[in-house]
Design a protein around this ligand. Sequence first.
Ligand SMILES: [Zn+2]
Ligand SMILES: [Zn+2]
Ligand SMILES: [Zn+2]
Ligand SMILES: [Zn+2]
Length: 252
Amino acid sequence: MPPQTRILAGDCTVRFEGTRDRIQRGHVVVLVKPDRTVLVHDADGYQPVAWLTRPDDVTIEHDGTAFSLRAHADSQELLVTSNAACGFESFDVSDAGVPVGTCPDCDGPLIRVRGEIACLDCEERYGLPAGATVLDDHCEECGLPRMRVDRGDAFELCVDYACESLSAAVRERFDEEWTCPDCGAPLRVRSPDGRIFLGCEAYPDCETSFSFPAGTVVDDCECGLPRFRTASGERCLDGGCEVDQPRTESAQ
Ligand SMILES: [Zn+2]
Ligand SMILES: [Zn+2]
Ligand SMILES: [Zn+2]
Ligand SMILES: [Zn+2]
């Protein structure tokens, strides 16, 4: 069952007990979110007149004509009781995200939310690699949105890895492109669990490996490895490279 937000409305008395006790009465609307967050809104502004964010528990009693709500978090308590005929409804809710297309399985709307693409109408979800940008165009094979992902180069791929695999694209482009700084063997693109890294071909004799940065190659480091431009700046593939990042001025 999808998560639901409950909405209670009417002439209510609102008691808040915490750092500062308060009692208010008015025609209000009370939202109870799936994470139990309670918001009491009156006629004015965007800000609730009383609220509790993710309280430990929420108890609602209602008999069709009246209700009472009690929410409790640590030393705070919020109590809302209706004084006259009131409304009580529940609605399905979901995360809200940027619309990015149409679900090929059910024609439902696709949204981008917290590192994945989700369908609002079915269970379909596609995890996005770190730093991915969802593009306006769509995959000709399956109809899903395409994305841009920087892994050494800028790759444009279907968001479904079963359709177009990022690790396969990175392997095709960068396998054996660089050599191991410790033994001179080629560095191989490996992705045993979805995570992409460069590992020495001589493994297990040589255990040198580097995680593949989420950025593009801009030039070569003096150590022979590539330098990447990432969201946090430019750096050698080897995060501990001493040529690229002199430890201290005085050490030279
Ligand atoms: Zn769907
Ligand atoms: Zn596709
Ligand atoms: Zn090696
Ligand atoms: Zn370096």
